[in-house]
Design a protein around this ligand. Sequence first.
Ligand code: UDP
Ligand code: UDP
Length: 484
Amino acid sequence: MSTQRRQPHVLIFPFMAQGHTLPLLDLSKALLRKNIRVTIITTPSNAKLIIQHLPNSPIIHVIEIPFPSNGYGLPKGCENTSQLPSMDLHFAFLNATKQLQKPFEDVLASMSASDAGLPLCVISDFFLGWTLESCQAFGVPRLVFHGMSVLAMAISKSLCQHLPHLKPSASQNPSSLDLPGMKVPFDLAISDVPEPIRNLDLNDPACQFLCELAEADVNSWGVVINSFEELERSHISSFESFYHNGAKAWCVGPLFLCDDDKKPGDCEKLSDCNLAKHGTSAMQWLNEQVTLASVLYVSFGTQADVADTQLDEIAFALKESGVPFIWVVRSTTWCVPKGVEEGMKSGKGLIVREWVDQRQILGHKSIGGFLSHCGWNSVLESISVGVPILAWPMIAEQPLNAKLVVTGLGAGIGLNWADGPGRRVCVPREEVCDGVRELMVGERGRRARERAQALGREARRAVKEGGSSHETLNKLIDQLCGVS
Ligand code: UDP
Ligand code: UDP
C-alpha cells in the first residue's frame, strides 16, 4: 500500500437501515478527526439521512449509486429496510442489493483511475457480503462492519458452522444448546437464536442466505465492531477464531461516544434537521421532571412490530406502576386507551410518535431506566450513560443481547421473556408493571443501575485518548497505512 504522499482515504458502505447506518456515520466522524478522508456510498433515498448527520468538511463526501431502473427483485417502493413490513421482504431486499455491485465497482474503477487512487480499505456492512468480491477484484482490503455484540456474532457464526450437528440435540432439548468451542455466559436456548438460523435448516433459503453472507464475512480482511474490549473481552478470541487469514476484530465502540466533542458547526447542522426538532419537545418535557433518575424511557427500536393489543397492556402497566415515562410508539393505528389518557394529562407520561434523539434522552439526568427491545445500539447507548435496562427482546439477535445485559453483565433485569416462544404472545400488564417497578425502585434495579454506571464509566474511558477503543482505531489506521 503506497500511501505516503496521499491523504489516507477510507470508503464506507453502510447497509440501508438506520440501526446499521448511524454507527458507521459516527465512525466516519471519528476518522475525519484523525484527518482521514472519508467517502460514504449509498443509494439516493438514503443519502438525505446520511448528509443530515454529517459535519461540513472538505474531506467527507457522499456518493449516491441508484438501483438500476430495470432492476429485478427490489420490493416495490422500498429502497431502505425501515420501510419493509416483514422479514421475507428483508431478505428480498438484501438479495436485491447485489444489483448495486456493478455501480459500486464503477466507483472503485473511477477512484483507481484518479490521482488520489483507491482507498486504503472499504468498510461495508455484514449484509453487503458481495462487496468482498469487488474489493478482491480491485485489491482493496474489505473490513466488515457488524451492528451486533461480539458475543451475538460469535454465536451466529458458530451456529452457521455447526448447523447439521446441532439439529438433533436441539430437537431433543430445545432449552439448552451447546455450541462447540464457545463459552456462552448464560444458558443458550434454541428460542434465543435469531429467526432464520433457528430452524437449523440449510434448505431454508433465508438460512442459506445468511450462511452465504457469513462466508464472505470470514474471508474479509478484518472486522470493525461497535463494542469495547472491557465489555466483551472474553468473547473476542473465540469470535476471531472463525475468521480465515488471521483477520482481527477491531473493537472501536461505543461509536456514538466518539462524537462527544461535537464542534459547534456539527450542532448547527443537526439543529436544521427534523431529528433534532422532534427531540426538542421530549427534552422540554424531561427538563420539567425534577427528580433525578425517576423517568422510564420506553422504546422498541426501529424494526420490531408490537401489536396494538400489547401496546394497550404496556399503557396500563405504565399507568399502574406510577412511574413517570417517556414512550416512543411507532404504531400508526394505536390509540391511547381510555383511563391512561387522564394520567398523561397530569404530566405523568409523554407518548411520542415521531423520531426522537434517543441518545440525548438517555443522557438526560431524569432518565433512570430503559424498557428496551435490546437492539445492540440501544444497549450500548443505555449502558454508556449508566442507565439500566428492563429487557424485552423481540426479534433477531435481541434475545442474545438481553441475556448478555441481564445475566452476563448484570446491567439490567429481564422482563419475563425467557420462555422462548412465549415472548411472542401478549405479555400481561401485571408482568410489565412488576418489571417496571423492580427496575425503577426495586433492589435488583438498584444493583443493575450501579453496574450500568460502572460499565458507563468504562465505555467513556474506552473512547478517550489512551482508552482501548481509541488506541484500537489508531492501530487500525496505522496498519492500513502500512506503518506498523
Ligand atoms: N447478522 C449477523 N451479523 C450482522 C447482522 C446480522 O450475523 O452484522 C445475522 C444475525 O444472525 C441476525 C440476522 O443476520 O439475527 C438477521 O439480521 P437482523 O434481523 O438483525 O437484521 P436487522 O434487524 O439488524 O436489520
Ligand atoms: N433511534 C432514535 N430515535 C428513535 C428510534 C431509534 O434515535 O426514535 C436510534 C437509537 O438511538 C439507535 C437506533 O436508532 O441508535 C436503533 O438501533 P437499535 O440497534 O437499538 O434497534 P433496531 O433499529 O435494530 O430496532
